[in-house]
Ligand binder design. Structure first.
Ligand code: HEM
Length: 538
């Protein structure tokens, strides 16, 4: 049963029952007044003008006129499901988060999405997919807002409006609707070569998943866990689908986009309805929380880098099962509000500059999208933990707060003992040192290597996978109007691998450039070099 029909105590409320009244014996107005006719306006005679006094007519049309809310600025198209997360308990060594303790079972809501298309776009386009999970833990909501690709296009959130402006449809013609086959996208990713790794994953079969049920998920950033003793560990989160990782081939994706644009959301809903509940294991890669925050030469704060699973194995820590479809798309899938700042005791953020910007962006955009500051009270967003805050009033306030003194300390309302400084199960930021001698607008030198990991990814591909990547680049770049952008893209490909570059160049009818000194990156770290052709997830 979806949460929109139940009160916080789990019982259908009177008001909520009333909202289901289409199934009742008669219709009412929103005020509960019984109606005898909802099919004819009140008129001055059968052929006369409509009367302004017809409250029911005005209420019905006015409400309809306001049914739409802004779609998400990114990830507008999505599909979601309810489920449960069962912890294995082994993560208690590294985190005190109660929902990861042995035997803990936590209700969850998961929303999958494409990134660039509008709410009505097709499911099977070449794109990154969102994989956002809301854990309704007893210590508050924890959101793991991830993607199906383990790296991101940019290294600093200040570039997020820029990459999204470049990747969304052109401002003049609003073409193309959802794919990466356009000049501004390729202009951006070839001028910002830190985007090379993510773009290569997009051009691989990972960009056209077979099903949401067969996608991996990644938290992308490095997070910080802290255990009961206060010891912290750096981690990367992974979702591993029990059905394995599967993709469509390009022709299937094209046909599905035409024949059934709802291919992925239908697949998810049908599977759950049939009792074939999709499952993922949550896993973590763990790294010592050293001052350098690197592992085998890889900067853990750089979201364009992965840490290969061969050198940091993913350890399973729990099982996610999706077992119920939403009962109302708008109330649940559309109104759900994820936020990387929704953390619980035992999980903290790091200084990854992309993550830091996300900590600001989600609530900010939701203030517009969901109309004011009280969207946390919507049933799908409501925490299952007791709430005792001092937030008051605002648009769409549904709580009836008691007391007169929403400030602290106060001598009027009593109750709520609070001992400053006492750790009573509270979320406490890890007191990690902040080393700053000066304010700067610059990235660390370790963020400059843009090609060694894309090269490792390419080398790990099988021959058919390489053919798919070559075909994808050729098709998408073939849609560009600007010759100079295609040429710059070939230069980027040359810096990944000469064969990849030559094949795409041949497809585009252009000469293949050689790798350039300026763009060619430093030698990969020793650990990466040893990996040879092996790569995670393959
Ligand atoms: C939405 C993931 C980077 C801003 C989303 C959603 C996901 C996601 C999964 C959809 C949530 C849903 O289903 O409702 C990621 C990942 C990122 C990333 C994995 C990088 C690792 C960023 C950055 C920003 C940003 C850098 C801004 C600085 C947004 C906004 C939304 C969104 C504004 C729409 C939220 C809403 O309207 O509710 N992101 N994102 N994201 N993301 Fe990100």
């Amino acid at each position: 049963q979806g949460p929109e029909t139940v009160s916080p105590t789990g019982q259908p409320t009177g008001a909520e029952q009333a909202r289901m009244a289409q199934s009742g014996a008669y219709l009412t107005t929103a005020q509960g007044a019984r109606l005898y006719d909802t099919d004819h306006s009140l008129k001055a005679g059968p052929r006369g003008p409509v009367l302004l006094q017809d409250h029911h007519l005005r209420e019905k049309i006015t409400h309809f006129d306001h049914e739409r809310i802004p779609e998400r600025v990114v990830h507008a198209r999505g599909a979601a499901a309810h489920g449960v997360f069962q912890a294995y308990g082994n993560a208690s060594e590294v985190t005190k988060a109660a929902f990861l303790a042995e035997g803990a079972e936590t209700p969850v809501f998961v929303r999958f999405s494409t990134v660039l298309g509008s709410r009505g776009s097709a499911d099977t386009v070449r794109d990154t997919r969102g994989f956002a999970t809301k854990f309704y833990t007893e210590e508050g909501v924890f959101d793991l807002v991830g993607n199906n690709i383990p790296v991101f296009f940019i290294q600093d959130a200040i570039k997020f409006p820029d990459i999204v402006h470049a990747a969304k449809p052109h401002p003049d013609r609003e073409i193309p609707q959802a794919q990466s086959a356009h000049d501004t996208f390729w202009d951006f990713v070839t001028l910002h070569t830190e985007a090379t790794h993510h773009t290569l994953w997009n051009m691989s079969d990972r960009g056209i998943p077979r099903s949401y049920r067969t996608m991996e998920g990644f938290g992308v950033h490095t997070f910080r866990l802290v255990n009961a003793e206060g010891v912290s560990t750096l981690v990367k989160f992974h979702w591993k689908p029990k059905l394995g990782v599967h993709s469509l081939v390009w022709e299937e994706a094209q046909i599905a986009a035409g024949v059934d644009p709802d291919f992925h959301r239908r697949d998810l809903a049908d599977a759950i309805e049939a009792g074939a509940f999709p499952q993922w294991e949550l896993g973590i890669q763990t790294f010592p929380d050293t001052p350098e925050q690197t592992f085998e030469g890889i900067d853990l704060l750089d979201p364009t880098k992965i840490v290969p699973e061969e050198i940091a194995p993913v350890q399973p820590i729990g099982l996610l099962t999706l077992n119920a479809n939403p009962s109302n798309y708008f109330a649940e899938t559309e109104q759900v509000a994820f936020h990387v700042g929704h953390l619980v005791p035992g999980i903290d953020v790091t200084n990854d500059p992309l993550l830091q910007g996300r900590l600001f962006s989600y609530v900010d955009t939701q203030l517009t999208r969901l109309g004011g500051p009280n969207f946390g009270q919507l049933p799908i967003n409501r925490t299952h933990a007791p709430v005792n805050d001092m937030l008051r009033d605002g648009m769409h306030q549904t709580a009836v707060h008691r007391g007169v003194a929403p400030y602290r300390p106060n001598s009027l309302d009593g109750g709520c003992p609070f001992v400053a400084g006492a750790d009573t199960g509270a979320f406490i930021e890890v007191p990690a040192p902040v080393a700053a001698s000066r304010k700067v607008r610059e990235a660390p030198a370790s963020f400059d290597d843009h090609f060694s990991q894309p090269r490792q990814f390419w080398l790990s591909m099988t021959p058919p996978e390489r053919e798919h990547i070559i075909a994808a680049y050729t098709f998408e770049l073939g849609k560009c109007y600007e010759q100079s952008i295609k040429e710059r893209a070939l230069q980027v490909l040359a810096n990944i691998d000469s064969h990849l570059c030559e094949q795409v160049a041949a497809g585009l009818g252009l000469p293949a450039p050689a790798a350039t000194g300026r763009l060619a990156d430093p030698e990969p770290s020793p650990a990466l070099s040893q990996l040879g052709q092996i790569w995670p997830g393959d």
